[in-house]
Design a protein around this ligand. Structure first.
Ligand code: HEC
Length: 259
């Protein structure tokens, strides 16, 4: 063991063919990394049944989501205070009946939910009011508005068998990919100290990412770990690959890092 090993001889002295080939493969790896990001966004974006790629999408995929709709939450916590409790009960029953669309203005009910909302909510819940106050008030003018917050969200996590298949493919491929990048980076002229932190981030990132997929089943807080670790793995790898490219094409002698 002893002293810190010195940097490799560098790749810029390799024959042109090797430098071209390695560079081309690194470009493909970059394309792959970009494609992963795009794929991840489009694959997960609708997991939480809402548009856009958010935190909840990742939580939905790895932990599942079971949250009542905004409408039910507001009613349950006693909003608005002016609503008679009999009508509140009617609305809550309607929301949990599984017939939100069918019964919205059904005359079979004692009072149709549409009518309660019309009488007790609309005065405050218009688009105009929302715009005035900076949109903290969701509009309830149309059924489309109401539908948006009426349904409870229940998102089932990816089934264990699918997660196992995904882990099998990703864990084997990404770890080998990381090891190859480390091998390449180790051959560069750059000082060990300057690449060692990146290598640590890349390795820990992959452990945190793949480990997080499984731990998130127990607690949704692991979603943070998945996202931070995944970003760490990809970013550190991207920088290491850039350092390999730089070493391949940056003429020797133009840097004090030699040896
Ligand atoms: C007197 C005015 C007023 C009335 C009447 C009113 N609301 Fe609201 N509502 C507000 C305001 C202001 C907010 C935003 C601040 C807050 O969350 O309390 C709000 C927020 C909400 C929210 C969003 C809650 C959240 O956590 O962001 C829902 C859902 C809601 N109201 C539903 C209703 C329903 C259903 C009715 C009728 C049964 C109703 N409101 C009647 C003023 C009103």
């Amino acid at each position: 063991m002893g002293s810190l090993p010195i940097a490799g001889a560098g790749l810029s002295s390799q024959p042109m063919g090797i430098r071209i080939g390695v560079s081309a493969l690194i470009v493909v790896l970059y394309i792959g990394l970009l494609a992963s990001v795009t794929h991840m966004v489009s694959h997960f974006e609708n997991r939480d049944e809402l548009p856009g790629f958010t935190f909840d999408d990742v939580t939905g995929a790895y932990h599942g989501i079971d949250s009542p709709g905004l409408l039910g939450t507001a009613l349950e916590r006693g909003h608005p205070e002016t609503l008679p409790s009999a009508q509140k009960e009617l609305l809550l029953q309607w929301l949990t009946s599984g017939r939100i669309v069918e019964d919205y203005d059904s005359l079979d009910l004692e009072i149709p939910p549409a009518e309660i909302i019309d009488q007790s909510c609309i005065e405050c819940h218009t688009r105009a009011a929302g715009a005035e106050t900076g949109s903290a008030i969701p509009p309830l003018e149309y059924f489309d508005d109401i539908k948006e917050i009426a349904f409870s969200r229940k998102v089932l996590p990816t089934p264990v068998a699918v997660l196992a298949a995904s882990t099998h493919a990703h864990a084997l491929a990404l770890s080998i990919q990381g090891l190859v990048v480390i091998a390449l980076a180790s051959m560069t002229r750059w000082r060990r100290g300057s690449i060692s932190l990146l290598i640590a981030i890349m390795g820990l990132g992959l452990v945190g990412d793949v480990g997080g997929w499984w731990l998130a089943r127990f607690s949704p807080s692991w979603t943070v770990c998945i996202m931070v670790s995944g970003a760490g793995y990809s970013l550190a790898q991207g920088i290491l690959l850039a350092s390999v490219l730089a070493d391949l094409w940056w003429p020797r002698g133009s840097t004090s890092d030699s040896r």
